[in-house]
Design a protein around this ligand. Sequence first.
Ligand code: PEP
Length: 249
Amino acid sequence: MRKKLVAGNWKMNGSLAKNQVLLDSVKQGLASAPCDVAVFPPFPYLLPAFESLRGTRVAIGAQTLSEYPEGAYTGEVSAGMLKELGCVYVLVGHSERRSLFGESDSTVAAKFVAALSAGLLPVLCFGETLAERNAGVALDVVKRQVLAVLERCGGVWPEQALLAYEPVWAIGTGLTATPLQAQEVHAFARSLLVSGVAERDAGVRILYGGSVKPQNAAELFAQPDIDGGLIGGASLQAEDFLGICRAAV
Ligand code: PEP
């Protein structure tokens, strides 16, 4: 049985004062959350988030990382730096990184491996655009994105690394994949991981992301291959975020 994880991707939002209020409220409501909980603040807010969450069970992750370990890469942040701060997770391949910052499958794979080698748990985000879904190639896109990383890992999905199916057409749009649409893709992605150690692949957590709200979370999380959520907009409101966490049984 996989324990669910609900993770809040704050994207480029927040301020020191707003984050404090948000995290104070999340901490107060945490006892009612049956799942693992994580937040992914922007880089400058990582340290204050650690201070605010010290002693709680909320894990912290970063939204991206450099594929390089160190050196003359102005503006980049390495996996080792994130690990040193205490980050547990890091997102790789979020659709906004792919579409707005030109990250290719190959870059995403390099970042994934960089995260692993520093001891971080990468969360591989993947998903098709609306045009790709309408053209009937959603599963082909998913396969390409997942296999690009799997192959870089020598064909064996690393234990404890996560995936997040985020259909691009559902991110920040208010549109959500139906539970059955999401389940179909999650089951397909899981089938791609099969590496000969079926029990291990069955233990890999695959999150769903794309306009998850307290109102639709329970139905999504009830699907057998959906192991929690990656939450954007709703993670900025403590009540909504906690409502989603409560649905993750
Ligand atoms: C995201 O940014 O990963 C996301 C899922 O956003 P939203 O929940 O706002 O659709």
